[in-house]
Design a protein around this ligand. Structure first.
Ligand code: FAD
Length: 548
């Protein structure tokens, strides 16, 4: 990516074919698709890229076994087709960025024979729906095999487990790889740039967006022929800026996750908890040396805070613990995350867990705004394809072929699973750091390590126990438009997910590198560290044990 100030200066002068608003999975996917079709495209996000739902997911590349069950139970053909499409997209997502996404095994434990039959039949159906896109065939594992693979499972009355396959990925880095690939294809991208209004031409169609730089607070206009609204749960707001008469469509639902040390529930496979209080499923997934547990599905109210609340953490543990030999406690959690699903509702629909995870492209014929609503991470590419087809139809020219099905993302070309070993040897790196760099940056990791020639001390870790090193921070400031401590710890390096305490320890180191690269003075640097640390301490408070 270009330096932010240079990108901003050229965006002010340019006239774009397309301006994509929102730099989550959907917007980044739209921007890449459009640029590859030859449209001069600008991508804007009000915060950092991937700072909303797109870094708060369960990190599954999946069709959704629960959605298939619902489709069958309710004879819902639409939901069945949605699962089928997502299973096809799963393959593209895994193939386009193998450093960021991989196939994984999921185990559904069974404690009665009728349940074993039910789950196995369900997973065989999941395989069949995937058809040629299937990853591995599902199978039944004996009690012994199950306990060998997940030794922490409750053993009493365990009959075995049904094992099926799905994908897992690094959501924040996948989003950044989409943005990176887009800018390398010639696109322009700006984070911290909020769309606050629109200008229209004589016919009432959108001709320019009013934007506010959320870092400097200056405001200016962006000229573009077409605008795509890919703002997730913010979609209604942007729709109303374009046309105040449009009725609201978004029904956000909050979901949280907790992360625990991997040894609290050892094993290489993921666990699907099939029965919960509200009829949903919960996952406990090994993820980057941690155990990721989630998720919840709660309606958003004015009191909703974007953090894991005590009662949400307790809910997750209440669902998971009956399946564990040694129950987990809230205070064992090392971090967590909260996000809002951008679900689309028909007027009158209320239960968010029953809302379809499908997407919809909406054209507002009066303003010309194209909104891409709903969907999920797994289908971001297809959503983008549908949205950019609509853009080209609106432009009145031909709808040209979409090129993103097989398109390697930044860091992917030349990557293979032995790459971390070669980094380890070539740069004498500890194995965890080599694995971390290869997994987050793919082949780009070499560029990070080349920075050690400029300053060998950047090989130092950013905090005790974290695999991330200082060179990575410098690389992300220079090449990935990282502007704040949180951009670096939450999304670029994943340190904030690894552990909140480690993130607080790393904050001053990261701030001093930001100060060096961006000429921050000491007042600004100190303020940035205290603001970040206070926010993370507030999160940590929710994990404290109860007094009684
Ligand atoms: C708890 C949870 C678990 C999930 N798990 C999975 C999963 O395992 N697998 C899966 O496939 N999907 C999953 N999803 C769904 C998936 O994460 C989302 O569907 C996807 O990330 C949505 O991406 P998006 O780009 O549409 O929205 P977002 O990621 O929310 O991005 C919208 C962006 O628009 C920006 N924006 C808003 N207003 C403006 C404005 N005025 N100007 C400029 N920018 C603006 C925001 O800053 C934001 O970055 C999960 C979601 C949640 C919440």
């Amino acid at each position: 990516m270009k330096h932010r100030s240079a990108e901003k200066a050229s965006a002010r002068e340019a006239k774009f074919d397309l301006c994509v608003i929102g730099g989550g999975a959907t917007g980044a996917g739209c921007a890449l698709d459009a640029q590859l079709r030859g449209l001069r495209t600008l991508l804007l996000d009000a915060g950092d890229f991937a700072s909303a739902a797109s870094s708060a997911s369960t990190k599954l590349v999946h069709g959704g076994v629960r959605y298939l069950e619902q489709a069958v139970k309710h004879f819902n053909l639409e939901e069945y087709r949605m699962v089928k499409r997502a299973l096809r997209e799963r393959l593209y997502m895994l193939a386009n960025a193998p450093h960021l996404a991989h196939a994984a095994h999921f185990l559904v434990p069974v404690y009665s024979w009728p349940r074993a039959g039910y789950y196995l039949a369900g997973m065989k159906m999941y395989d069949a729906v995937a058809g040629k896109s299937n990853l591995f065939p599902s199978s039944f594992l004996s009690r012994e095999e199950t306990l060998a693979r997940l030794p922490g499972l409750k053993a009493k009355n365990l009959r075995g487990a049904v094992c099926y396959s799905d994908g897992q990925f690094d959501d924040a880095r996948y989003d950044l790889a989409l943005v990176e690939t887009f800018t390398e294809a010639g696109g322009s991208a700006l984070n911290y740039m909020r769309v606050t209004g629109f200008d229209r031409d004589d016919t009432g169609r959108l001709a320019a967006a009013m934007v506010r730089d959320e870092l400097s607070l200056d405001e200016f206009k962006i000229m573009a022929s077409k605008f795509v609204n890919a703002t997730g749960t913010g979609a209604d707001k942007v729709r109303s800026l374009a046309n105040p008469l449009l009725a609201s469509r978004m029904r956000p639902s909050k979901g949280v996750h907790l992360l625990f040390p991997a040894e609290t529930f050892p094993g290489m496979d993921a666990l699907l908890v099939p029965q919960t209080e509200d009829g949903r499923v919960i996952f406990a997934v090994p993820w980057q040396e941690r155990l990721l547990v989630g998720t919840t599905d709660d309606e958003v109210t004015p009191a909703t805070r974007m953090m894991v609340e005590k009662d949400e953490a307790d809910y997750l543990l209440r669902q998971l613990n009956p399946y564990l030999e040694t129950p987990l406690r809230r205070e064992q959690a090392v971090s967590g995350m909260a996000g809002l699903r951008p679900l689309v509702a028909e007027p009158g629909q209320t239960d968010t867990s029953r809302l379809l995870r499908d997407h919809e492209v909406e054209l507002d014929s009066s303003s010309g705004l194209i909104s891409i609503l709903g969907g999920k991470w797994t289908t971001h590419r297809l959503m983008a394809e549908d949205a950019i087809n609509a853009v080209q139809r609106e432009m009145g020219g031909p709808v040209t072929p979409c090129l993103t099905r097989q398109y390697s993302l930044a860091g992917a070309p030349g990557y293979n699973k032995d790459f971390s070993k070669s980094l380890e040897q070539e740069y004498s790196l500890p194995a965890d750091t080599a694995r971390h760099l290869a997994g987050k940056f793919g082949r780009r990791a070499s560029k990070i390590l080349e920075l050690l020639q400029e300053n060998p001390s950047w090989k130092t870790r950013i905090a005790t126990g974290l695999p991330a090193i200082q060179a990575e921070i410098v690389y992300c400031i220079r090449n990935e438009m990282a502007e704040t401590i949180e951009d670096l710890l939450a999304r670029r390096t994943g340190a904030q997910m690894y552990g909140w305490r480690e993130a607080i320890e790393a904050a001053p180191v990261v701030a001093s590198l930001l100060a060096r690269e961006k000429n921050w003075d000491s007042t600004r640097t100190t303020a940035a560290v205290s603001e970040y640390s206070a926010k993370i301490r507030e999160f940590l408070k929710q994990l404290e044990p109860c007094e009684d």
